[in-house]
Design a protein around this ligand. Sequence first.
Ligand code: AMP
Length: 203
Amino acid sequence: MVHQSHPARLLIIGPQGSGKGTQGVRIAEAFDIPAISTGDVFRAAVAGGTELGLQVKSVIEAGELVSDELTSAVVRSRLDHADAQDGFLLDGYPRNLAQVRDLDEFLSGRGETLDAVIELRVPRDESISRLSLRAQQQGRTDDTEEVIANRLAIYERETAPILGVYRTRGIVDEIDGVGTLDEVTQRIVAALEARGLNRSAAA
Ligand code: AMP
């Protein structure tokens, strides 16, 4: 049987402490697509002192969101690279409904749609204990349970409407994020394969 290769266009969404960044990289490797994290792009720009970095430095340091206009422009230009023509995994974007619209507009201009949105689910108590442990290990005193709980509440408030939109399209895969790294990766791969998305032969 000849397998038609189907490029995977994916989003990964999950709270802090869910292992989202790590799983995103693993899934991108398995499907041979670039993992694009807007947080990483911005942090690299700041570290590299680029023009973009100078534009976003103070916003990021204040823990605020970069404007939708600038964020969507950065994502568009990244998706225009040759390596993202045959699929991609976005992490940290879209973060609100305006960004959902921007992404839709960009992809429809290319005649593309998203294949799947991976929602990594970790119970709140588990996220709090993972993040508290990490804070302890790193000697951070600012990451109290209260601060962490507040960040998780913001996450829920921000992502609920985004997931709502994608749910109506039937493309959200809810994945249990509790387990070993390998177990969680396996669950995600199985859900994507059930959608007819195939892992790269090379991976
Ligand atoms: P993160 O690593 O996803 O927490 O992102 C780090 C910082 O980058 C955030 O606090 C924001 O300032 C900025 N950022 C990342 N993604 C976005 C986005 N989609 N929209 C606006 N700002 C973003």
